[in-house]
Design a protein. Structure first.
Length: 153
């Protein structure tokens, strides 16, 4: 009978040690999760807004030769200062430089830009291309589709 009692005490001690170890590990894991900064990844936001500052209801129909304005925006979520270049391409024609700038991490840039579609055509693609840190290929791009009307019938 005494052997069973000693065996039970030993089992209780082992279970207590295991339980305390698990609790200590859980507290350590929780502390690590709270203290360690979250890696959100590095990226850059690039967007187009309408005349009211909304990402909806963009111009759809315009006249050839008229100035079209939209707001372009960049928000840098990069770890270091980044340089950017923005161009506009209408119907696949040569890109026109809109702006060149540098942004610090978490810095934001917004500016109204204008372009003039020269020829009447339906469903013309207007691309806004963002180049980062001197790259020759666009880092990011977005576009609008425009129906460009002629003023003369």
């Amino acid at each position: 009978m005494q052997s069973i009692h000693i065996h039970k005490k030993l089992t209780d001690k082992i279970l207590s040690i295991v339980l305390l170890t698990l609790i200590a590990c859980a507290i350590g894991g929780l502390a690590f999760a709270v203290i360690t900064p979250k890696d959100r990844g590095e990226f850059t936001e690039f967007y187009v807004l309408n005349e009211y500052g909304e990402a909806t209801d963009y111009p759809e129909e315009v006249y050839a030769g008229d100035t079209v304005s939209v707001t372009l925006g960049i928000t840098s979520h990069e770890a270091t200062t980044s340089s950017y270049r923005i161009t506009i391409s209408i119907g696949g024609e040569k890109d026109s430089l809109v702006s060149a700038l540098s942004l610090e991490p978490e810095e934001k840039w917004q500016e109204t830009v204008s372009f003039v579609p020269e020829r009447a055509t339906s469903e013309e693609k207007v691309e806004f291309l963002l180049y980062k840190n001197g790259q020759t290929e666009p880092y990011c791009k977005t576009h609008l589709w425009l129906n460009i009307k002629s003023r003369t019938p």
